[in-house]
Design a protein. Sequence first.
Length: 414
Amino acid sequence: MDLFDANLKKHAPLAERLRPDTLDGFLGQGHLLEKGKMLRAALEGDAVPSMIFWGPPGCGKTTLARIIATMTHSDFIQFSAVSTGVKELREIITKAKDNAKLQARRTILFIDEIHRWNKAQQDALLPQIEDGTIILIGATTENPSFEVNSALLSRCRVFVLEKLSGQNIADLLVHALKNQEKGFGGFTVKADPEAIKYLASMADGDARSALNALELAVTSQDTTGEVVLDKVRMKEALQRSHLLYDTTGEQHYNIISALHKSLRGSDADAALYWLGRMLEAGEDPLYVARRLVRFASEDVGVADPNALVQAVAGYQAAHFIGMPECNVILAQVVVYLAKAKKSNDLYTAYQAVQADVKESANDPVPLHLRNAPTKLMKELGYGKDYKYNPDHDYQGDIQEYLPANLKGKKYLKK
């Protein structure tokens, strides 16, 4: 490392300065990296497969990729899918082929945010991964099943990195305060244990976010003496203004699923919580309202016909008033649906209808149910023997209304 690199490292963010360079210093992910686990054994044996690290922000995806770079006897190339395209990839492929031919060296390509690459960019990697020219390590916060082409996915192992625990984050913060060389060597810091606990909890498993907040809390104090960190100081430094939620990603589907199942389970409190998670993170309230309208018929249905009236009224009111005022309107609908009696008779009945429509022939409408606006139709028997219910004392099943092949079929439960 030359003087320029040393100065650059010195003034790098705290999260970068504390980034570990060995597996033993890596935080969390014991299910993948403990002694005897397959991934650790592969890395220590220099048998690195093409793989994708999937996990939330700040859980160590990039750090783990860099550790692999120091462990493997391969060239390591890193770039971001946000700023690099196919042209740069072709240059890397050419270099990788030269490495393999002239030096018998493998090339590891680390692509951060791989879910941001389009299909053409992802497809360009397939031949090189297939023949071993490149070992791919991709990192993504999005579900690879949705965002990575199936052809590329089939050539990679997916390793799921878990969100770091509050204790993991607390240990990291304490380590940062004790590490004079890479941490806060120029400061004397006294941290309230409750402040550390608070920051570790509110960081929501994101090590980078926690370290950034800690650094701001320490370095922004105008003092030449002892720096004191309490809960108020940590809260101000964290400025938690975002929630982990993506209106087009997996978190979107997970939370709407949680809302739906909480409603179905008649848990009004849980339903309100999941509603709040969506609305406070910026979800379109009309999307939520549409899902509630569907729920009113699918899961409440004939058990409480007013549920659909409530849901439709809630949609119209939310459309009329907008956010943030419509939050309480949707909350009213959510509580009503959660507390309403449940019935899926309509849902199961229509599923049975769909099956019969798809699997049976296009049975003709029985002649007695057809209109006969012309003389020919009447001569052909259209409308013959049709019984007009109001003319009969018995208002029940006085005639068959289904096709002959489905005669007597019942879709609704009695």
